[in-house]
Design a binder for this molecule. Structure first.
Ligand code: ADP
Ligand code: ZN
Length: 701
């Protein structure tokens, strides 16, 4: 008889509590088991096994679901580390590592298999008809389709070994690249980057390359080198819909050795890709955040493209950052990591600056120079439908030259910030340096970081002006306006509404590449696109992200503007960018104007230093929610009283969720362990009744 310690998913349990069951079946650590719990039957994960136990009346395991463990020792160890590091439940970490079909409480239908025909060596002679049939096939293909064409011939070819049959889960996504692969001869700068990364004894590299500097080719050549040594490569990209071109290029180069893993796959497809890795059938995985948990056995290199991208942070339980997991796994496998971006996160660049990461730079575009940036001062320019005359003229010229335009309209401009139209400044909190937002209900201005409120005023503290700007135009409205301004133009709109369906991104981008004149969209058009004919980028409402509502607002704004600009003039013609702003002197604008990331970094670090924000401090948010406001407040106050070793801001009331009132505390400490210990103490005292975000990118929800 064995006794097993089991993690069970249950809301009322405090963090990381296990329960003991007995079983005489074969079981391993990391297996899922079905167990009785109260009146329910639940599925749990086995965490430990022992042959004795001093408890009485130990209940029995009902069923062992996996005789072989689902997760290998590395991933089990990683889950423990995550649970501790992010102060979260271990079962949520275990769950997040598995494809949906294997999650403990999975209700997915069993995996359906189908038979696929693959090319076999074959022996023995064939009739001319059989040989012709064989020659007409392109492998792999579904066996059922071959049988439809000729049942007898198909069987004959199988019998003689010309066709091999393989079981594959149904719906196996076939990887087809729409563009042929061609490897480039590296430029001297690219060559230097590849050489440095492959020969240096350092392990973490930050590849800071301006937009269009050919980072992808550097990745591909590094990957090639590592694959040649028989090791595996993990290639991470932000949201998949936004990076179809990257996938395309990687799959064109590496063909069937590749698995693709991302959130748009269904459960069956995910399971299928997971299995390819687990069974060592592929040696390169390209995917989004969740691909970081693929069951690699022999990882040789991790590439993390657009490492600054917010989608690498998971914002529900467990709230992990992919970059942390990457570093952990790299250390486990003893492999190298390349973090890459044109606009690195402040956090990564600060580490590279200090020499913790090895900084590798690509400072030039491959064949053209960086686009010319025009800052359009909206306080003085005439505009139609939100488009300045300069931008309208620039769009018109594109039509005559058969060139294309990308327009970015970021809808975050809806936030009720007080921006003065006369001087372009926003009203800010004197304590936190963050923009105040207007609260209609109470008619006050409020700081969303510390919660201080100020009496509403309609005169600007900087210049005394009385005109405040409120943006209200969305992408749909702008599309209409463009149709009436340029009736013959082909406008493609890409935003959350037009991309709901699977593969919608790819379809819209293909449409634009083929025949579009203008691609209009939210921030999804800013990232990763590489179209030869795009020579103009217009940013309609550049200030929308800029008001410092949050400690990272300017970092996000800089990223967005620089990345969006980077879509212009990438291959042959010189690109132009028009940035429409009410505050052209703001330093983010000035730094983008000259593509000067370093200057931006230095200025922004000063602000972070003065305001005690990351990367100078470690920061964490705790959210307390309850249907009863007094109870929520009480919990927050109790926690605040416990947090004596760190700096605490709040409690601040934030938006309601699921009819519950929510209060937020912000905790800051210079020392990571101090913060970590303090949060664990609170988490234990609160018995899990607190929503913890150890490394928030944004405070606002
Ligand atoms: P990044 O990811 O740095 O923005 P890309 O990798 O997309 O840049 O490269 C920019 C463009 O330059 C692409 O169109 C790519 O095909 C081309 N390119 C990259 N490397 C080379 C090279 N060595 N020679 C010629 N063209 C190249
Ligand atoms: Zn404040």
């Amino acid at each position: 008889m064995n006794y097993v310690q089991v993690y069970i998913e249950h809301n009322s349990l405090s963090l990381n509590q296990t329960f003991t069951y007995q079983t005489d079946q074969e079981v391993s650590i990391g297996s899922r088991v079905k167990v009785p719990f109260g009146h329910q039957t639940l599925i749990g994960f086995v965490d430990a096994i022992c042959d004795q136990c001093d408890l009485e009346n130990v209940k029995s395991v009902l069923e062992v679901l996996d005789p072989e463990p689902l997760l290998d020792p590395e991933l089990l160890q990683l889950a423990s580390w995550m649970a501790d590091h992010y102060v979260t439940s271990k079962i949520s970490c275990l769950k997040t590592m598995l494809p949906p079909a294997l999650k403990p409480s999975s209700t997915h239908r069993p995996i359906v298999y189908e038979q696929w025909a693959m090319a076999g060596k074959g022996s023995g002679s064939l009739t001319p008809k059989q040989a012709a049939f064989l020659a007409s096939l392109s492998f792999p293909c579904k066996l059922s389709q071959l049988r439809k064409r000729s049942r007898t011939m198909t069987q004959r070819l199988i019998d003689q070994g010309y066709i091999m049959v393989e079981q594959r889960p149904k719906g196996m996504s076939k990887i087809v690249s729409t563009h042929p692969d061609h490897a480039f001869t590296l430029t001297p700068e690219q060559k230097q980057a590849v050489a440095t990364i492959s020969t240096s004894s350092d392990t973490i590299f930050l590849l800071h390359g301006v937009t269009g500097s050919g980072k992808t080719e550097v990745f591909l050549q590094l990957a090639q080198q590592v694959l040649a040594t028989g090791k595996q490569v993990l290639f991470l990209v932000p949201e998949i819909g936004l990076t179809p071109m990257m996938i395309d290029r990687v799959s064109a180069r590496f063909g069937n050795r590749i698995a693709i893993y991302h959130s748009q796959l269904n459960a069956q497809e995910k399971y299928d890709q997971y299995r390819l890795v687990k069974e060592n059938k592929v040696d390169i995985v390209i995917g989004t955040r969740s691909a970081v948990f693929m069951p690699f056995s022999n990882l040789g290199l991790i590439l993390m493209d657009e490492e600054h991208d917010a989608s690498y942070k998971q914002e529900n339980m467990p709230r992990y950052h992919t970059r942390d997991i990457v570093k952990w796994r790299a250390q486990y496998h003893g492999c190298k990591v390349v973090l890459a971006s044109a606009t690195p996160s402040l956090d990564s660049y600060a580490r590279a600056y200090k020499g913790v990461y090895h900084l590798v730079e690509l400072t030039h575009r491959i064949s053209v120079s960086m686009p010319t940036i025009h800052l359009v001062d909206m306080k003085t320019q005439k505009s139609q439908a939100g488009l300045s005359q300069d931008l309208l003229d620039a769009i018109s010229t594109r039509f005559t030259h058969q060139e294309q335009t990308i327009l970015l309209l970021n809808r975050r401009g809806y936030l009720p910030i007080m921006r003065c139209m006369d001087c372009g400044q926003t009203m800010t909190c004197p304590d936190c340096g963050l923009a105040l937002s207007y609260h209609k209900k109470d008619h006050v201005l409020m700081c969303h970081c510390c919660g201080r409120t100020f009496a509403y005023t309609d005169s600007c503290p900087t210049c005394g002006g009385h005109h405040f700007y409120q943006s209200s135009m969305g992408t749909e409205k702008l599309e209409e306006q463009l149709h009436s301004l340029f009736p013959s133009a082909h406008v493609v709109r890409m935003d959350a509404d037009t991309t709901r369906k699977k593969k919608a991104h790819q379809k819209l981008l293909q449409e634009f590449e083929r025949s579009g004149d203008i691609l209009l969209g939210t921030q999804m058009v800013a990232k990763g696109l590489d179209f030869a004919r795009v020579s103009l980028v217009g940013i309609i409402n550049a200030d929308s992200g800029l008001a410092r509502l949050d400690f990272s607002s300017n970092e996000l704004a800089y990223d967005l503007l620089e990345q969006a600009s980077g879509r212009s003039g990438r291959q042959s013609q010189q690109g132009e960018v028009y940035i429409q702003t009410f505050d052209p002197d703001q330093y983010v604008m000035r730094c983008v104007r000259y593509h000067d990331y370093k200057r931006f970094f230095k200025q922004e670090m000063q602000f972070r230093h003065l305001g005690m924000y990351p990367p100078y401090v470690y920061m964490c948010t705790l959210i307390f929610s309850d249907s009863d406001p007094a109870r929520a407040m009480k919990k927050a106050s109790q926690a605040k009283a416990m947090a004596v070793s760190v700096k605490v801001l709040g409690p601040v009331e934030i938006s309601m969720r699921q009819k519950k009132v929510r209060y937020r505390l912000v905790l800051k400490a210079r020392n990571q362990n101090t913060l970590h210990d303090c949060v664990w103490q609170i988490a234990k005292a609160m018995k899990g009744n607190v929503d913890i975000n150890m490394y928030p990118i944004l405070l606002e929800e």
